[in-house]
Design a protein around this ligand. Structure first.
Ligand code: SF4
Length: 563
């Protein structure tokens, strides 16, 4: 069948027939923009707008190239890392390599671009910087890392939102101020970016990237209204930003001989401190407090600490500013939350984004995923021969689900780790086999078996249909889907790229209809209460208080988004 489409602009296509657009689901992320009601007019959620459209009814869609992560639906935006050498400067510690290895460990948080900025830490010195599009290992080579020699530095890995995959947006951002250069790496998304942007533009500040991270960097260059009678005061400037924007950011800022690690008052994005130790002492039993530090690191996740010979030291508290220098780490401020609201760390760090070997709030992510599986088994048991998973982040949940119900756990898929991120679009015949390209089937564990398949989340549902089809074609007798998190129904305004509400499967159909839609025998999600219980049961925070954002599940945001 020939597809009827008319290209308009910016990948916007007009389809007189909806089915035409639906046929493109395997090749593109198909986003419905407008329904055309009559010539020259189209209706959107925001009202009616005039557009130059053909003289026929139909629908305007935007086609975005589909990537592997789009296929799954949720994307973390960034990972940040910083390192400062202790003891005498110039240091023998290889700061640039340490940051590079840190970013390799954070690669799962952003795969479109990477950057490192280092400094010798002397007053008004020049920064050295290397930033580019691509994986960390593609951006940095030995010679470049040698040129980045310094006593301290920061790094960043990034995903972009739509239309921002551009070299000018690569972090860390560096700007020149009256008081020397500053560099900023940011993870998160400012919920009131629009009004902050207006404020900066009114002050005559020109913005070149359209990113929140540039807003933060530019806000830092502003002198507070009270002035700075005793000279530049970066801590006061950071405090001012924290009072103006409450969520969502984890920042690493470099100026002169110091790094500042900053977490928003709600602690929405994670940030951990690590102590760099002599490699010879890594395997010893000595308390890390008793070992002299080679340096200090700060990272979005602690999973990369082992690879740089660092030990987990502690988390940066929600609202805290920590100063890192060659003399050690020092807490300088903790911002209050309005109306004494609880913290709101993103619960999806536990469910999906973070690596299983990271630690947040005194507990390993792996253990929390196990508890989610146990809770799911209590809430939604199934009679089955085997429990399995869609590799890989749901594996601890699936094993724990199996263990709780006394059902054997086994693998039904073998993942091809070398598929790559971007799809080269094959012809229609091979496109229909897209899932088979990613997963091979372990037929002996499937044929004639009643299978429980545990996944960590279902976002658009695009991937689940071919997965179930693959199990059926390999002879599965029954397929029971269990999801170790609740249905995602609402957008995220805090740094996670969740598809539009219309694209989310939980908004497109009632849960009762999903088994039939996926071709499964049953489907049950973990409850919101069950997820929160699994996360908070063994949580140990330094202040004793904890709390989590569940806004994409409930629609209740820690801070109301700005429209
Ligand atoms: S809305 Fe969802 S994804 Fe976004 S911060 Fe909250 S829990 Fe995380």
């Amino acid at each position: 069948m020939t597809l009827m489409s008319i290209r308009l602009c910016n990948n916007n296509y007009f389809f007189p027939w909806v089915e035409d657009a639906e046929q493109l689901q395997n090749r593109y992320l198909v986003v419905k923009l407008f329904s055309v009601t009559r010539k020259g007019k189209c209706s959107s959620q925001n009202g009616t707008r005039t557009r130059d459209l053909p003289n026929t009814s139909g629908t305007l869609y935007q086609l975005r190239t589909l990537t592997m992560s789009d296929d799954y639906g949720l994307r973390e935006h960034c990972g940040v890392f910083g390192c400062v050498a202790a003891k005498d400067w110039p240091t023998q510690l290889d700061v640039a390599h340490t940051i590079y290895l840190g970013l390799i460990g954070l690669q799962h948080r952003g795969q479109e671009s990477a950057g490192i900025v280092t400094s010798m830490g002397t007053e008004n010195c020049k920064f050295k910087s290397k930033k580019d599009m691509g994986f960390v290992s593609h951006v940095f080579h030995e010679e470049e890392l040698l040129k980045l020699r310094g006593n301290l530095g920061i790094g960043h890995t990034r995903y972009s939102t739509l239309g921002e995959s551009d070299a000018k947006n690569i972090q860390p951002f560096v700007v020149e101020t009256l008081h020397g250069l500053i560099a900023v790496a940011h993870n998160g998304e400012l919920i009131n970016a629009k009004s902050l942007k207006t404020k900066l533009l009114k002050h005559g500040v020109g913005l070149s990237t359209g990113t929140d991270s540039e807003l933060i960097t530019q806000l830092l260059t502003h002198t507070p209204e009270c002035g700075e009678p005793n000279g530049i005061n970066w801590i006061e400037r950071i405090k001012k930003i924290m009072s103006e924007t409450l969520i969502s950011y984890s920042l690493v800022i470099m100026h002169d001989d110091k790094l500042y690690a900053v977490r928003d008052p709600f602690g929405n994005r994670p940030l951990s401190l690590g102590k760099l130790l002599p490699v010879s002492s890594m395997s010893g039993k000595k308390d890390i407090e008793d070992i002299d530090a080679d340096g200090w690191v700060v990272s979005s996740e602690s999973c990369c600490f082992n690879s740089v010979a660092a030990r987990y030291y502690r988390e940066v508290l929600p609202g805290e500013i920590v100063e890192l220098s060659k003399d050690g780490v020092r807490s300088v401020y903790v911002a209050p939350r309005p109306e004494a609201k609880p913290p709101a760390m993103c619960i999806f760090e536990y469910v999906y984004f973070a690596r299983s070997d990271s630690t947040f709030e005194g507990q390993m992510v792996y253990m929390v995923r196990q508890r989610c599986g146990k809770q799911l088994a209590l809430e939604a048991p199934a009679d089955a021969d085997i429990v399995s998973t869609v590799p890989e982040s749901a594996t601890p949940s699936a094993m724990s689900y199996a263990n709780t119900l006394g059902i054997p756990y086994g693998e039904v898929f073998c993942k091809n780790r070398y598929v790559g991120r971007t799809f080269i679009q094959p012809n229609m015949r091979l496109r229909q086999l897209a899932v088979a390209k990613k997963f091979g089937a372990i037929t002996e564990n499937i044929k004639g078996k009643k299978i429980v398949l545990v996944d960590d989340s279902i976002v658009r549902g695009n991937t689940m249909i071919p997965i179930v089809k693959l199990l059926r074609s390999e002879g599965a007798k029954e397929i029971h889907l269990r999801v170790a998190s609740p249905p995602i129904k609402h957008p995220c305004y805090m740094g996670i790229n969740i598809p539009t509400q219309q694209e989310l499967i939980a908004n497109r159909m009632p849960i009762e209809k999903m088994p039939e839609y996926f071709g499964a025998d049953s489907l049950v999600y973990l409850s919101v209460d069950g997820l929160v219980r699994a996360v908070q049961e063994k949580m140990k925070t330094a202040t004793g208080e904890g709390g989590h954002c569940v806004a994409c599940l409930t629609g209740k945001y820690p801070v109301e988004p700005e429209w």
